[in-house]
Ligand binder design. Structure first.
Ligand SMILES: Cc1cc2nc3c(=O)[nH]c(=O)nc-3n(C[C@H](O)[C@H](O)[C@H](O)COP(=O)(O)OP(=O)(O)OC[C@H]3O[C@@H](n4cnc5c(N)ncnc54)[C@H](O)[C@@H]3O)c2cc1C
Length: 471
């Protein structure tokens, strides 16, 4: 990746380890601040602790976890946004093993539905795929062939140069594109699908394909009993036991490198604290806003990253609404990206007080006004849509209904995306910008986030630190 150190805006690296002591292996132990207490921040903290460093994690929200954090729905505590683990999520499963949670996981076979032409259609196995009414046989073969081909591609960089529309039209044909891909892309990305590269669909299909045990057989999804609240509790506890300082309700408002070589971090309420190194794991546009000493080119690159946001309702129900974990939607009048019925995976009796949990997400570009739609309007939209989609759905089955929003969820995989990324090792010595926007070989998920965190920490952050302290 290109270096963006700016000679016009040099930041001194004088006394880069003013507060150091030595760890067992002889490398100096200095004070690190990790900004952001989502899974990326927790992963970076874990890597630093493993290397004997003094770690503080600052999280803006009152609890850790970011997108994986939980809330109360009725008497149930579950994730604000739906999360499942795949059998192929090996890094995540290794982490869960370290935390003593992997052996408790429940693995469940899932079914997938399609809402198409006003009908709910099951598409969970090859036989159902072959019967799928919206497509003729040739179209089904082309669709199946595209997914299979995508799952085999290794050179994703080539795909990054092509628009997803062009690539899908080429491999699936006009009919399949217009009946299936276009509505799905539009539901997931809105009009931003037009700027999205083919690497997006490659990453998506490759992950889903991996989830299936073989070929087009059934999918196995897993969860830890108690959901991410259990994982976060153990993970943060693990970090604290090893000496990490954990700050919640502590948004890093400004990070400034001082003449002394230390960083002064302003938490916005009159509180400031000093550190020797800082790793920021938060969304790129916010990194640009909080670190004025980054070069103009670095700020431009961070601000140039477009994100997808999400509005996502959680609905606790007395009864299930379908047998599908995901219902994909190709009818364009439906204002939702999909219907996610979590309780087809998560055991309703053991985990949800005998109730059922449905998520109703709508993904939108980060500047879309729909992200600010009022709770009442989004709720009404969701309930009236479900009344039209499911004959048996009735509002009095809804026990609790809450809406979560996030502006910065996933960086949009635009054409040539990876060539425009800002560097992780920045022009401000000791300040590292390592966030999920650096995922270029997959789509956003926890396994990919911690894999990237570990890889980039080991390959870029730690070697740069060692170079600096060896000076
Ligand atoms: C609807 C939805 C469904 C998903 N489904 C799945 C799934 O099924 N399986 C799966 O594996 N993954 C899933 N994911 C993805 C998963 O949640 C992400 O991969 C992961 O949570 C990303 O973690 P992160 O740390 O990079 O980002 P975040 O979770 O966004 O963490 C960033 C943190 O930084 C904090 N922060 C922001 N600004 C500041 C500041 N100035 N100072 C201090 N802190 C700050 C934020 O509050 C936040 O806690 C899903 C995500 C969503 C939204």
């Amino acid at each position: 990746m290109m270096s963006v150190a700016s000679p016009s805006n040099p930041v001194s690296d004088s006394s880069s380890t003013p507060h150091s002591s030595s760890t067992n292996d002889g490398s100096p132990s200095t004070r690190w601040l990790v900004i952001g207490g989502g899974v990326m921040g927790l992963q970076v903290a874990r890597d630093l602790i493993d290397r004997g460093q003094e770690v503080t994690i600052a999280e803006a929200a009152p609890t850790f976890g970011g997108l994986t954090s939980a809330w109360n729905l009725g008497d149930v505590i579950w994730d604000r946004f739906y999360h499942v683990t795949l059998l192929s999520d090996t890094k995540l499963r290794d982490l869960l093993t370290d935390l003593g949670l992997e052996s408790q996981m429940d693995w469940v076979e899932t079914k997938t539905g399609f809402y198409s032409g006003g009908q709910l259609i099951s598409m969970s196995n090859t036989a159902e795929f072959l019967k799928f009414p919206p497509l003729n046989l040739i179209q089904k073969l082309r669709l199946g062939g595209t997914i299979f081909y995508a799952s085999k591609i290794k050179n994703w960089r080539r795909l990054e140069k092509l628009s997803v529309e062009k690539w899908l039209r080429r491999w699936s044909g006009k009919g399949v594109f217009e009946k299936i891909w276009q509505p799905l892309l539009q539901a997931k990305l809105g009009e931003a699908y037009k700027q999205t590269s083919a690497a997006f669909i490659w990453a998506h299909t490759a992950r889903m394909y991996k989830a299936r045990r073989s070929g087009m057989k059934t999918e196995m999804f897993g969860y830890v009993p108690g959901g991410y609240a259990t994982i976060l509790d153990k993970w943060v506890g693990w970090l604290k036991e090893r000496g990490a300082e954990t700050l919640t309700s502590s948004p890093a408002r400004q990070v400034r490198k001082l003449e002394s070589g230390e960083f002064e971090v302003d938490f916005g309420d009159g509180r400031t604290q000093k550190f020797d190194n800082v790793v920021s794991t938060i969304a790129s546009p916010v990194i640009a806003d909080t670190v004025p000493q980054l070069s103009d080119e670095e700020k431009k690159r961070h601000r140039g990253i477009r994100y997808l946001g999400v509005v996502c309702a959680s609905m606790l129900m007395k009864k299930p609404i379908s047998e599908y974990y995901v219902t994909n939607i190709t009818d364009t009048w439906v204002p939702l990206t999909a219907v996610i019925e979590m309780s087809t995976i998560v055991n309703p009796d053991k985990q949800l007080g005998g109730n059922h949990l449905v998520y109703l997400p709508k993904y939108l570009p980060d500047d879309h006004e729909g992200l600010n739609e009022s709770d009442e309007d989004y709720k009404e939209k969701c309930l009236s849509t479900l009344e039209k989609m499911y004959d048996h759905f009735s509002r009095d089955q809804v026990l609790d209904f809450k809406i979560a929003r996030a502006k910065y969820v996933a960086a949009l995989a635009t054409i040539d995306y990876s060539t425009r990324l800002p560097d992780i090792v920045t022009s401000v010595p000791g300040f590292y910008a390592l966030n999920s926007a650096h995922i270029v070989k997959g789509n956003l998920n926890v396994n990919e986030t911690i894999t990237l965190g570990e890889e980039k920490f080991t390959e870029e952050v730690w070697p740069d630190y060692q170079r600096r302290v060896a000076k």
